[in-house]
Design a binder for this molecule. Structure first.
Ligand code: AVI
Length: 301
């Protein structure tokens, strides 16, 4: 973490890796974000899963091994598990091994007929799947439009991991947030209750806790803006007054008005997404809501 933070803050455009949002408090804040009126992605995707589960099930096949990278609380997976009796095995993959075990225990209680084999791993690196006693078509499920937080090279690396998981016969079910009016997008990342602002600033608290740095949250403002050229919402922490912060053996100067870039959230048109994944997957079916704000996409290698 020290090396990554020092490196990010040494760039002309200072930046911090967005994975550091998610300490315990950050994960709680993110959970709150997903329930905000302005943050449309979660509820829209949930509704798509609920409305189209049976149709999705027909694409997935009659014996399914569901593999979910970054499964977290497996909340959206439960919608599929509740509606489809074709899922025979479930492999949730998450970096937080302890939380994963807790969720798996709960799921075993809720779905006694389902074989669950949790895997604590970093899904941006090649993954060795555990052996399951049940057979099924390997379907990778990646909801939440987390793909939007990846830069191009990470997308490429991730696609390679996913194709290794699906093999030739499997498939990929992914949630992808779509381009839309700037007002709707910016409101989703600048909510009126200030939860996203607290989430953004918490990256500094997390770094303070881990590295003993003295970032003062009062010296930064949250800002989320749409970058039209890059097709993404960018979150920044904008410095209110010039000051210095010591990070390990380095002293970092902050000028009034300069920012730390903390997150990208890319939004795609259906065509852009299709073209981006074309080297690995063919988009076979797309489900969208009535506003065309969010999509669930079924892809085959
Ligand atoms: C996790 N990810 C898909 C969220 C997003 O919308 O990009 C993270 C987030 N950042 C601010 N609000 C939500």
């Amino acid at each position: 973490m020290l090396r990554e933070v020092q490196e990010g803050l040494a760039q002309p455009q200072k930046s911090l890796p967005s994975k550091y949002f998610y300490d315990r408090y950050g994960s709680q804040l993110f959970d709150k974000i997903t329930r905000l009126e302005e943050y449309y992605p979660t509820r829209t995707e949930r509704k798509l899963l609920e409305d189209y589960a049976l149709e999705i099930g027909e694409y997935l096949g009659d014996r399914v091994l569901l593999i979910e990278p970054g499964s977290g609380s497996s909340e959206k997976t439960r919608i599929l598990l509740d509606k489809l009796n074709t899922i025979t095995g479930y492999i949730p993959i998450d970096i937080s091994g302890k939380y994963l075990q807790e969720v798996a225990k709960e799921l075993r209680r809720e779905y006694p007929d389902l074989e669950i084999s949790p895997l604590g791993a970093d899904y941006t690196r090649p993954i060795q799947l555990p052996e399951l006693s049940v057979e099924g078509r390997r379907i990778v499920f990646f909801p939440g439009s987390t793909i939007g937080n990846f830069k191009r090279e990470t997308v490429h690396r991730f696609m390679k991991v996913v194709t290794d998981l699906t093999g030739r016969e499997g498939a990929f079910l992914i949630g992808v947030d779509l381009k839309k009016d700037v007002e709707v997008l910016e409101a989703a990342y600048n909510d009126s209750k200030g939860i996203t602002a607290a989430f953004n600033k918490n990256i500094l608290t997390h770094i303070n806790d881990e590295l003993g740095t003295g970032f003062d949250l009062e010296k930064f403002n949250h800002r989320a803006i749409w970058n039209e050229q890059e097709g993404r919402i960018e979150m920044h922490l904008v410095c209110k007054e010039s000051h210095e912060v010591t990070v390990g053996d380095k002293t970092i100067s902050f000028q009034k008005g300069e920012s730390i870039h903390t997150e990208n959230s890319h939004k795609y048109s259906l065509e852009e997404f299709r073209d981006m994944v074309a080297p690995w997957f063919e988009v076979k079916q797309v489900w969208t809501d009535e506003n065309d704000w969010f999509s669930l996409q079924y892809l085959e290698p």
